[in-house]
Structure formats: C-alpha cells, structure tokens
Design a protein around this ligand. Structure first.
Ligand code: CAA
Length: 240
C-alpha cells in the first residue's frame, strides 16, 4: 500500500538512501533538508523525489513543513527522523553553541517533527515512526558528549512513544547505525578512523547507507506491526 513518508535529512547520506528505498517501494516521499540547496537539487534531479526545506530544530518550521507536505502529497503516515549533525569536541573544549546545535537537530527534532504528525496517526489508526539513533548513543564516544547524549535520548524517546501509541496501530522504533560511509564519517580524522574505529569493526569495513535503509524500509512496512519500541543495531558487530 502506498503511503506518505517524510524523511528528515532525506537528501544526503543515510537519509537519501532511506528516501530512495521508500520511493522504490511505491510510497510518496518528502525528503526534507535544511541548508544544502545544491545537494537537494541534485537529489531531486536524480530521483524525482520531492524535496522540502525546513530546519528540524525549529518547532514552528516543522509544523509548517508537515502542513506543506500534507497539502502537496497527502496526510503523513510514515515519519523517519533521520536528520543529524556532529560538532565533535572534547567536552573540556566544547562551546555552548556546539552543545545546543547537536541537541537541537538530533534530539529536539524528534519532538518537533513527531508532535505535528502523531495526532493524525492516532486518529487514522496507523503510523510508522523510525528514529535514526547511533552506535555512539549506545556506547558513548570520545569527542561526542553532545552527540552521544542526543542519540541516547532518541532511544528513550522511542521507547516512551512506542508505549503511548501501541494500541493505536502506530509503531515507533530506533535504528542504530554504526560507522557508515557518508560525509559525516568522512569528516573523522583519517588516523582516528583507521586506528580506533575500523580496527574495532568485526565485519572489517564501514557500513553502506543502503544497508541501513533496508532496515528502515522493513520497520516502516505493514508486516512489522508487532515490532515496537525496539532498537535495531546495524554496526558490523562493533558494539553488541
Ligand atoms: N576512538 C578512540 N580514541 C579517540 C577517538 C576515537 N574515536 N577520537 C579521538 N581519540 C583519541 C585521540 O587519538 C587522542 O588520543 P591521544 O591523546 O592518546 O593521542 C585523544 O582521543 C584526544 O584526541 P585529539 O588529540 O585528536 O584531540 P582534539 O581535541 O584535537 O580532537 C576529537 C578530538 C574532536 C574527538 C577528534 O579526535 C575527532 O574528531 N575524533 C573522532 C570522533 C568520532 O569518532 N566521531 C564520530 C563521527 S561519525 C558519527 O558520529 C556517525 C555515527 O553515528 C557513528
């Protein structure tokens, strides 16, 4: 059955792979982006997927964005909260701006995006919400107190929201990608990536965005109706 899906941060990296996978499954996809016009235009050209610009850390912008998607594509019944940023720094050097930016985009966004869609999903008796957390929300990471806190928060949010809505046909799950081949991971200093990260991945390589997208596609499907509140770990065995 064709549904309307929003993928935040849906024009680049893991989000782009998720948007493509949902689109290929026959869903109407709104790929949200915040700033990178060039990447969004190229993504739209390549895929034909509709792109919508708003900042997920801004509550009012999210409400307006959801309303625009509903007008243009229809009522939203799949939400993938994928947008995420890093501002890596040891805590003793971290600025308040770095802390706030990461919590705003990676954690506050889950409230901002879910609040405008959840009532409609409850009324219609169907919804799929998938929150993209991270291995580093599960295990912590040097240089990422902000990011790890936000991603651990995403898991708590997922579990609470899953319980609130289990009787309403709505499932809420988290996916925790490990280190995946995207611009975000390419920004990690090369020596750290080789010495401290790749050596810790039993599968012996980085993940591919499509490997994360396939999991999201399954969790967003009708068939996954008995899976809710779960945390799906997709990290090549790096953290068990
Ligand atoms: N694992 C183990 N050790 C690490 C590490 C890591 N990922 N990152 C840094 N370290 C170590 C360094 O090797 C260094 O050790 P020594 O003092 O023994 O040399 C120590 O921590 C301090 O590091 P730096 O000297 O490099 O300090 P800095 O202030 O210049 O930079 C840093 C610190 C910002 C954390 C930088 O090292 C860095 O960017 N590290 C990578 C952090 C990381 O893994 N981020 C993940 C981004 S990808 C992502 O977030 C996606 C996802 O969900 C998985």
């Amino acid at each position: 059955m064709s549904r309307v899906a929003i993928v935040t941060g849906g024009t680049r990296g893991i989000g782009a792979a998720i948007s493509r996978a949902l689109h290929a499954e026959g869903h109407k996809v709104a790929a949200n982006y915040a700033g990178n016009e060039e990447a969004a235009a190229a993504f739209h050209r390549d895929t034909g997927i509709a792109v919508f610009k708003w900042d997920v850390s801004d509550f009012d912008a999210c409400a307006a964005g959801v309303a625009r998607v509903a007008d243009e594509l229809g009522l939203v019944n799949i939400l993938v909260n994928n947008a995420g940023i890093t501002r890596d720094s040891m805590l003793h050097k971290m600025t308040l701006e770095q802390w706030r930016a990461v919590i705003g985009t990676n954690l506050n966004s889950l409230f901002n995006m879910t609040r405008p869609v959840i009532e409609g999903m409850r009324e219609r008796g169907f919804g799929r919400i998938v929150n993209i957390s991270s291995i580093n929300g599960q295990k912590g990471q040097i240089g990422q107190t902000n990011y790890s806190a936000s991603k651990a928060g995403d898991i708590g949010f997922t579990k609470a929201l899953a319980q609130e809505n289990a009787r309403k046909g709505i499932t809420v799950n988290a996916v925790c990608p490990g280190y995946t081949e995207t611009d975000m991971v390419r920004a990690v200093p090369q020596d750290v990536l080789e010495k401290s990260i790749l050596s810790q991945i039993p599968v012996g390589r980085l993940g591919q965005p499509e490997e994360i997208a396939r999991c999201v596609l399954f969790l967003a499907s009708e068939q996954a109706g008995f899976i809710t509140g779960s945390t799906l770990t997709v990290n090549g065995g790096q953290y068990l």
